[in-house]
Design a protein around this ligand. Structure first.
Ligand code: RIB
Length: 299
């Protein structure tokens, strides 16, 4: 099973701050680092480090060639990363003393995806291959439609949530994976069980993974519900933890055919490790590290 991740590539400008800036307030940061990022790129790095055969498709500007090189270094197939006229997407990220973040996105080249490009790339994939999407590129509704026609397994991480997502055929997806903010935006609900009821009712053929940060994570489908508690850790930077969770969950659940219970567990340990270092992609652990951590912590 090949994994095609059609997703964003961003340059992350990460500012370390004492607290997330308030409306009307000006604050100084204690540091600025430029990291590779984008939910797309991060999830490809997580998939590849987890051991999946990963193809990243997306667009960068001339200023973003280093992001493609970064993906190459991690064994990701980058033949479908193209050059656009626009500048590369970027993110302004504030990380506070508790490791929490707040992000502003500039789409740039990520939003230059054309129908022709989608068709050309999808020609290289077939029934049984897996498509992964987030919501930082344009034309996702069309990508889902074409991938479904081919019989691909479809996983969507509706992040960040926008009204546009209501137009996507999410009932055609095999897995929806989201955090509590996106779940609230999709359902208007904040109680995990009610969110899961609503989403499994709305999309009966789709499995749902709901991540709740330090409150753990749920898996649900029409037959079962599984809960995995979070690890007791002190995070340095939570940026990219959700992306790490997504990559590791997909590898375990779809490629290794692990149970939802074990897949949630592996993803939880991997995501916890991603909070130990600053940055998004650069903080994602390798499979052997996750394995060692699980053994040490008794997982
Ligand atoms: O999920 C973290 C990512 O969100 C960052 O790398 C940033 O680029 C934004 O896409």
């Amino acid at each position: 099973m090949k994994v095609l991740n059609f997703g964003s590539l961003n340059q992350d400008y990460t500012y370390r701050v004492s607290h997330i800036v308030q409306e009307g307030e000006t604050i100084s940061s204690s540091s600025l680092e430029i990291y590779p990022g984008g939910k797309g790129l991060n999830q490809s790095v997580a998939l590849s480090l987890a051991g999946a055969e990963t193809f990243h498709a997306g667009l960068i500007g001339n200023d973003g060639l280093w992001l493609k090189e970064y993906c190459d270094r991690y064994g990701i197939d980058t033949s479908f990363i193209g050059l656009a006229e626009e500048r590369t997407g970027n993110a302004i990220i504030q990380v506070d003393d508790k490791g929490n973040n707040s992000i502003i996105l500039f789409s740039g080249a990520n939003h230059a995806v054309s129908v022709e490009l989608i068709e050309k790339i999808l020609e290289n994939f077939s029934e049984g291959d897996l498509l992964l999407l987030q919501n930082e590129i344009n034309a996702s509704a069309y990508i889902i439609k074409k991938a479904k026609e081919k019989g691909m397994v479809i996983v969507v991480n509706p992040s960040p949530y926008t009204e546009e997502i209501a137009k996507w055929n999410l009932e055609q997806t095999d897995l929806l994976i989201m955090n509590e903010i996106e779940a609230f935006q999709m359902t208007g609900e904040q109680t995990p069980m009610i969110i899961l009821d609503k989403l499994t009712g709305r999309y009966p053929e789709t499995s749902i993974v709901l991540t709740l940060g330090d409150k753990g994570a749920y898996f649900a489908d029409k037959e079962k519900r599984v809960y995995q508690q979070a690890l007791d850790i002190i995070p340095v930077d939570t940026t990219g933890a959700g992306d790490t969770f997504t990559g590791y969950f997909i590898k375990a659940f779809f490629l290794e055919h692990e149970s939802p219970e074990h897949s949630l567990e592996i993803a939880t340990y991997a995501a916890a490790m991603a909070t130990f270092r600053e940055g998004a992609a650069v903080s994602i652990p390798a499979a052997a590290e996750v394995d060692g951590f699980m053994k040490k912590r008794g997982g």
